[in-house]
Each structure stands twice: as C-alpha cells, then as structure tokens.
Design a protein around this ligand. Structure first.
Ligand code: PRT
Ligand code: ZN
Length: 213
C-alpha cells in the first residue's frame, strides 16, 4: 500500500496564508480556503487537515497527523513529544514581559512576588525558574493585555509582534523571554515510506527557501 502524508495546517489565522503559500511554491497543489476540513493534494501524496493551531501538536503526537505547521511558542508550550524538523521563517514574533507604561523597571527582580498574567505558563515558569524569580502565574486564555488595567495582574507575558497592542493598552515591553517563528513539526517516529516523503518535501522546502535568499 502506498502511503500518504497527513499534514495539519492552521485553518484560519496568522499562519494559514504563509503555510499554504509554502506548499504552493513547493509545487504541491490542494484546495484551500473552501471551508472544508481536509483536502487531498492532486499532485503529491499528501492530505491536508485544517485545524486550530493549538490542537496541532497533540494531533501530531497522537498520529492523527504526521506533520504540522505551528508557531514554536505553541509547540513548546504544548510540551508534546514531537520533533521540530525545520524552521520556516514566517509568523515571527516574541514572547515578552510587559508592565504598565508608568511603572519603573530595574530588571527582572522587580517581578518577585508579583502576579503575572499569561497564556504561556510553561515557558514563563521555566524562564522565571532559570532567573531564580518567584512570582505568581495567572493563566488566562485571551486578552491578556487587559489584565493589568483591570487589576488582575501587575505584569503580563504575551506574544508581541509590532508592539502596537501593548502600546494601546498602556503597557511597555521590558524583557523578551522567547523568540518564535513558524516551524514544521513531525511525529517522532515516522514509518520508512512516510519518512522518505518527508525527505522529498524538505528537499523542496529548502530549495524554495534558498531561492529567496
Ligand atoms: O484560531 P486559532 O487558535 O487557530 O488561532 P490563534 O488565534 O490562536 O492564533 P493566531 O492566528 O493569532 O496566531 C498563530 C501564531 O502566529 C501564534 O502562535 C504565533 O506563533 C504567531 N504570531 C505572530 C502571533 C503574532 N505574530 C501576534 N502578533 N500570534 C499572536 N499575535 C497577537 C499578539 O498576542 C497581540 O495580542 O496579535 C496581537 C497583535 O500584536 P502586535 O504586537 O502586532 O500589536
Ligand atoms: Zn490558537
């Protein structure tokens, strides 16, 4: 039986368009943006699944998908047993600590004993442990940047790209704790046939990237 790679992509969001473009530039055709949950490529042994980004690491670990594209921030925070096979260079952003603009900042020790709101408790927890800082992590799933304004936390740790969201919420970025970009992830043990399809795919991705540099 000939195998087919199952590849999980974000259905709609900041990774979607560039993920689709990447496969298109690799010469791999499939229907995208039709609202369907999956699409089989017409010219490469691959089937694409369109999912929420947060679900992709789990599906790859469980073998529902063989490969996926996610932000490194999401892959690391998921703590799933998955492999990073390639860095893709798009959807770049950083995970940063931010505090109210008017507050003084003398360094990370200022956060000792403080409340920090975030959707990234694992990455933040590891960072604070490395820095020997003991602070309370308050997990919230969205709109983290409003937490200081409503008295929920003294600082936040959130994804930043242009910085305009921080600015419009009266916050300033004081420390970058993690830099992220889109990555290609894979199940940690792929069957031989799937591995050779992945090798073919990687060869094309690298050629596309090299042509751009
Ligand atoms: O619906 P689904 O769960 O699939 O998507 P999502 O809403 O969880 O994710 P999405 O599409 O917003 O982001 C997908 C990935 O893109 C993230 O996991 C990051 O790896 C990456 N990325 C790049 C970003 C940003 N840039 C970004 N700016 N993710 C989020 N943001 C947020 C940021 O948190 C801030 O609130 O966008 C807001 C605007 O940022 P500024 O600094 O440009 O104002
Ligand atoms: Zn998400």
């Amino acid at each position: 039986m000939s195998s087919i790679l199952r590849i999980a992509l974000q259905k709609s969001g900041r990774l979607s368009e560039d993920s689709y473009q990447l496969f298109k530039e690799c010469g791999i055709r499939f229907d995208y943006g039709t609202g369907k949950l999956k699409s089989v490529s017409s010219n490469f042994p691959a089937e694409f699944l369109f999912l929420r980004d947060d679900d992709i690491p789990g599906y790859v670990e469980d073998g529902v998908a063989d490969l996926g594209i996610v932000g490194e921030n999401v892959a690391v925070e998921s703590a799933r047993n998955i492999d990073t096979v390639h860095r893709l260079g798009f959807s770049k952003c950083r995970l940063s600590l931010a505090i109210p603009r008017g507050n003084e900042w003398n360094g990370i020790q200022d956060l000792s004993g403080k409340n920090i709101a975030t959707s990234y408790p694992l990455i933040l927890g590891n960072y604070l442990r490395d820095q020997n800082i003991s602070a309370d992590i308050h997990v919230i799933s969205g709109s983290v940047e409003i937490a200081p304004g409503i008295g929920l936390a003294e600082a936040i740790c959130d994804i930043v790209s242009s910085g305009s969201t921080l600015l419009s919420n009266g916050l300033k970025e004081v420390e970058v704790i993690f830099r992220s970009e889109a990555i290609l992830i894979a199940r940690s043990t792929l069957e031989t046939e799937k591995q050779s399809l992945l090798d073919k795919l990687l060869f094309r991705i690298k050629a596309v990237q090299a042509a751009k540099n």
